[in-house]
Design a protein around this ligand. Structure first.
Ligand code: SF4
Length: 379
């Protein structure tokens, strides 16, 4: 029988903090039904001491056990609502668990079931590249810049942005965050996703010729100082490998095959795809728009396939919901969080053992918190 949970958590603070442990062999090859039963049992045993958060892009076998599902913004807001939970298991990717750790209280531990669940977009902005960019902007005489980082970035990036007076944003509040930043400076350095930055700014009325792309691998971003001086948006050259699979040609083909179909896409897709679509917005927005549309509506959705399939299944009696990419568009890092990992993590917690804890280094926590609190306060 497990010892007192909170006591055990304290004991285990000395070990297993942040290291990746391989999934024990006994958790491989288990039948789905057995895993589901055992996860439910461990979950019930842990009760209110545990909160499971599940991102929309998680697979069904995992997300069915989440206490809350949502996008990064919605899930981040849940953390402070559950002070009674000593452990938050984040079924998502690394940067999400980092943000949860920053927003969590001191007695709460955040666990990512598989530490290999990263995000290729977040990896496109390294802290030394951002420092170099910032210095080079100063050397170019570009000063009046407010940094805004998408939540899909490493804790070290968020800390830098917080310290430099900037904020974090999600796809749900990107426009409000840009408005907040423009109230504080003439230009925005937006990272790491150029597409979210471009699509959001364009929707707000900023023309494309007032945006430049900063290439972190080139000297001075590959730009000349006059271009940067004229720009209002400096967009980091990063992207999501899943959402850049969508194309305007796919939209044309779907419209031909399904006359009258409406197309809705996530703003991480390229600009021309947003222009060819009928609507765009965060995952929460997409779900709302499709669900609120009249029965009989047909939609093609441009975002990660698990969300699209779930929506299609849920609305199968009343709506037609198709993926914009008929070849599938799976986020392979989100997919790493398997029911096997979740089962292992939960059964070990029942025994008082903590694995795969995510801890943002103390020296980064303060400015991360500042940046995330700014985000949560922006309306
Ligand atoms: S869908 Fe794209 S941005 Fe989201 S976690 Fe996967 S790689 Fe990162």
């Amino acid at each position: 029988m497990a010892a007192s949970f909170l006591t055990v958590l304290t004991d285990f603070e000395k070990q297993s903090l942040g290291e990746r442990q391989p999934l024990p062999e006994r958790y491989l090859g288990l039948p789905d039904e057995e895993m589901a039963e055992r996860i439910a049992l461990a979950r019930a045993t842990l009760g209110a001491r545990l909160v499971i958060l599940g991102h929309h892009y998680q697979r069904d076998e995992v997300i069915r056990f989440a206490d809350y599902t949502g996008d990064s913004f919605r899930l981040a807001r849940q953390i402070s609502q559950h002070p009674e939970a000593g452990v938050i298991v984040f079924c998502g990717v690394h940067f999400m668990a980092e943000s949860a750790d920053v927003l969590a209280a001191d007695h709460q531990q955040v666990i990512l079931p598989d530490l290999a669940a990263g995000c290729s977009m977040a990896d496109m902005a390294a802290p030394d590249q951002l420092e170099t960019c910032w210095e080079e902007l100063q050397q170019m005489g570009v000063r009046d810049v407010v940094p805004v980082t998408y939540i899909n970035s490493a804790a070290s990036i968020k800390a830098f942005v917080g310290e430099q007076g900037g904020t974090v944003c999600t796809s749900s509040n990107a426009a409000a965050s840009l408005r907040w930043a423009f109230e504080r400076g003439g230009k925005i350095l937006f990272l790491p996703d150029q597409h979210l930055g471009r699509n959001t700014a364009y929707k707000m009325g900023i023309p494309l010729d007032e945006m430049v792309v900063w290439d972190p691998d080139a000297i001075f971003g590959g730009l000349d100082p006059d271009e940067v001086q004229r720009a209002r948006m400096i967009l980091w050259k990063g992207h999501c490998s899943v959402h850049t699979r969508f194309t305007a040609a796919q939209i044309e083909a779907l419209r031909r095959a399904h006359p009258g179909i409406r197309v809705i896409v996530h703003p991480e897709v390229p600009w021309d795809v947003v222009q060819a679509a009928d609507d765009s917005g965060s995952t929460e927005y997409i779900i709302r728009q499709v669900k609120q549309s009249p029965a009989g509506s047909a939609w093609a959705v441009g975002t990660e396939i698990h969300l699209v399939n779930r929506l299609a299944h849920e609305l199968r009696e009343t709506h037609t919901v198709l993926s914009l990419d008929q070849m599938g568009c799976l986020c392979s890092t989100m997919f790493r969080v398997s029911p096997n990992h979740l089962l292992w993590i939960l059964e070990e917690l029942v025994e008082g053992r903590v694995h795969n804890r995510i801890q943002v280094p103390a020296e980064q926590k303060h400015w991360n918190r500042v940046a995330l609190d700014r985000m949560l306060s922006i309306r």
